[in-house]
Design a protein around this ligand. Structure first.
Ligand SMILES: Nc1ncnc2c1ncn2[C@@H]1O[C@H](COP(=O)(O)OP(=O)(O)OP(=O)(O)O)[C@@H](O)[C@H]1O
Length: 598
């Protein structure tokens, strides 16, 4: 904890340290930037000496040859300055872009591996904002701002050095005033950083809301929620603006204050210098040279104060990104994972599982759940809404670990396996199918990236999807739009089934859709599923009579545990929860079909 009690000055810029390993990766670029920075600064610093040369020798002695020589030198210096500045710009900006590209890649790669429990409590829009807005801020800090900082530090140190060489006495006066200038800068820098972090947080919250709303414009419009969404978003944007304005205010104040202090002291010192020239203790050229150096030093100090503000802002952004990078996935592979038998047989067992979602630690969702599914068996889970059926799927996929008890795959506790290897053995057809923007082909091959064209098409045929795919204008290469918006519910579902068929995993998790599929697509989807369930372990959250009738066994879940188990007939005979659910759910469905004359 001593680190936390570190001096506030170090702490304020500490988050930027996260960038050091990235910068060190590109030593060549950094070296190039430093060389040209130094060259440009040295050229700038040589200018006043040339001016003094001209004033004290050239003008006084009316020596035109010397003036010409000095001007020749100035032209060369201008060329060197121009070239060095251009190359400095190139190197510095490239470093900024390169580092931010790496940082974005790392943050994304880290975030997609975080466990679902992280996303239960963090909004995706906010994370995207960190990936874009925060990294952009860092880009300007490591690129342009770092270059400004370096340039001005070199200029400032060089100019101060030259001031001392030119006139130790006047420099002594200037140096005495420096602590007066630096102290307030540091103090203000800290407040800028805090405010800028607040501004970025508010912006991230606004982006999260915008992302959610834009993704669901249909629902928003159907419920005529536009005005409410408007006012909520503009409220969030206003807050972000106010927070940014507070940060800008501190920065403007910081800049003005710094410039006033710096130039105030320079003017004071020069007034003293002018009197020294009048008294004949110093040449006019020397005062001129000192004046130019102190303007350079003052200007660069002023620029440094602005740079300080920018760094403070970037530090706020870096802090947020490091928080994200420090987030450890709740689900990780063990140090020595056990291998699964190859091929896996697909036995799934839940032994006395107690589980509460991390976002609701007080409320147990599974309360002593025990069941087993043998290889090749089809088990249907039924139960009232909220019983914990989908939670079972999340635990089979090891999205969460149980608080106690053991979930086993082929006899091995899931915590002893690599999550990736486990998940490769499982295909899931969720109720709410996710289609990604891209082609139909990409979507079917989603879980099997190397699949051949033939394999994809064969899976589509088996999923009864080919008939609609070939009728699309570009067939398998048709773009489906964001989240598959151009497809119907039944079509989306058949794509998901094709995806699972292609994956050809030993275990199938199937969450039956209750959403309105028309009778024809319902029959097609059912036919596709029948093909998929054959010869593999299947756990199905059942909503259809046909499915439970076909299952080898039915588990009835209520309040996080199995309350009944058996076949449709035996459970109906028992007259318990299943009999009640079946009457409500399946009979209603059957009656609806009868009414429509199907
Ligand atoms: N990510 C989550 N974080 C916190 N609680 C959750 C989460 N997902 C589900 N729950 C809660 O866990 C309980 C069981 O949910 P689950 O989705 O497993 O039920 P279900 O039986 O599948 O219901 P349905 O048939 O309505 O889909 C519910 O009370 C739900 O509110």
């Amino acid at each position: 904890m001593t680190e936390k009690d570190d001096t506030s000055r170090r702490r304020s810029m500490k988050p930027l340290m996260v960038l050091v390993p990235y910068i060190l990766r590109y030593r060549g670029l950094v070296a190039g930037a430093i060389v040209f920075l130094a060259l440009a600064a040295a050229t700038t610093l040589a200018l006043p000496a040339a001016v003094r040369q001209m004033v004290d020798h050239g003008f006084k002695q009316q020596d035109s040859a010397q003036i010409n020589g000095t001007f020749g030198l100035l032209v060369i210096m201008a060329v060197v300055l121009a070239l060095a500045s251009a190359l400095r710009y190139y190197f510095v900006i490239t470093i900024g872009e390169r580092i931010v590209a790496d940082l974005r890649r790392d943050v994304f790669s880290h975030v997609v591996r975080l466990s679902p429990s992280f996303f239960d409590v963090n909004q995706s829009g906010e994370i995207v904002s960190r990936l874009t807005a925060d990294t952009t801020q860092i880009k300007s800090a490591v690129g342009a701002t770092a270059s400004l900082a370096l340039r001005n530090t070199i200029l400032c140190l060089g100019a101060v050095g030259m001031m001392i060489v030119t006139s130790p006495k006047l420099s002594g006066l200037v140096l005495a005033s420096i602590p007066l200038i630096v102290f307030p800068l540091v103090a203000f820098g800290r407040s800028v950083r805090a405010r800028s972090r607040a501004a970025q947080d508010t912006l991230a919250a606004a982006s999260a809301f915008a992302g959610e709303t834009i993704a669901a414009t249909r629902t928003v419009q159907a419920f005529t929620h536009e005005a409410a969404a408007d006012s909520r978003y503009s409220g969030a944007v206003e807050n972000a603006y106010e927070a940014a304005r507070a940060a800008i205010k501190s920065r403007s104040f910081l800049t003005g204050f710094a410039i006033a202090l710096v130039f105030g002291s320079v003017v004071g010192v020069l007034w003293y210098g002018a009197n020294t020239v009048l008294a004949g203790e110093m040449s006019a050229g020397t005062l001129g040279q000192f004046l130019l150096y102190s303007v350079i030093a003052g200007g660069s100090l002023g620029a440094l104060s602005e740079v300080w503000g920018e760094f403070a802002q970037a530090s706020g952004a870096a802090e947020r990104l490091s928080e994200l990078l420090r987030e450890v996935p709740a689900i990780r592979a063990p140090a020595q994972p056990k291998p699964l038998p190859s091929p896996a047989s697909g036995r799934v067992e839940f032994a006395n599982i107690h589980f509460a979602y991390p976002s609701r630690p007080g409320k147990e969702t599974l309360t002593g759940l025990t069941f087993g599914v043998a290889p090749g068996e089809t088990v249907a889970i039924v139960g009232p809404s909220g019983a914990g059926k989908s939670t079972v799927f999340s635990l089979v996929l090891r999205f969460y670990d149980p608080a106690s008890g053991s979930v086993r795959f082929d006899g091995i506790d899931l915590r002893e396996l690599t999550p990736e290897e486990l998940r490769r053995q499982i295909a899931i057809v969720p109720q709410d199918v996710t289609i990604f923007s891209g082609t139909i082909r990409d979507n079917i091959a989603f879980g099997t990236p190397g699949a051949t064209r033939e394999a994809v098409e064969q899976a589509a045929r088996a999923a009864q999807a080919e008939e609609f795919i070939v009728r699309l204008d570009k067939g398998y290469d048709t773009e489906v739009g964001e989240r598959g918006i151009t497809l119907s519910g039944g079509q989306r579902q058949r794509i998901a089934i094709a995806r699972a068929i292609l994956k050809n995993a030993p275990v199938l998790l199937l969450d039956e859709a209750t959403s309105a599929l028309d009778a024809e697509s319902e029959t097609l989807v059912q036919k596709a599923l029948d093909g998929l369930m054959r010869d593999r372990t299947t756990i199905v959250i059942a909503h259809r009579l046909a499915t439970v009738l076909k299952a080898d066994r039915i588990l009835v879940m209520d309040q996080g545990r199995i309350v009944e188990e058996g076949t449709h007939e035996s459970l109906i005979r028992q007259g318990g929860l299943y009999a009640k659910l079946a009457r409500l759910q399946f009979d209603q469905g059957a009656r609806a079909f009868e009414a429509e004359g199907i």
